[in-house]
Design a protein around this ligand. Structure first.
Ligand code: ZN
Ligand code: ZN
Length: 53
């Protein structure tokens, strides 16, 4: 996981480009909220729906 540097053993992983994340580690780069599997990417930043819009 790129976020916490731990190995991802469960099946709830998300792969974005070449980076893997735990689903629970994915946080919005702007507001820090949990993305819960629905994330948006702009300029290499993970964003929640609100911040993306
Ligand atoms: Zn993680
Ligand atoms: Zn956000």
């Amino acid at each position: 996981c790129k976020c916490c540097s731990k190995q991802i053993e469960d099946k709830f992983l998300l792969k974005i480009n070449e980076d893997c994340y735990h689903e629970t580690c994915m946080l919005c780069d702007v507001c820090g909220c949990s993305l819960n599997g629905s994330c948006f990417i702009r300029d290499n930043q993970l964003l929640c729906k609100l911040d993306y819009e």
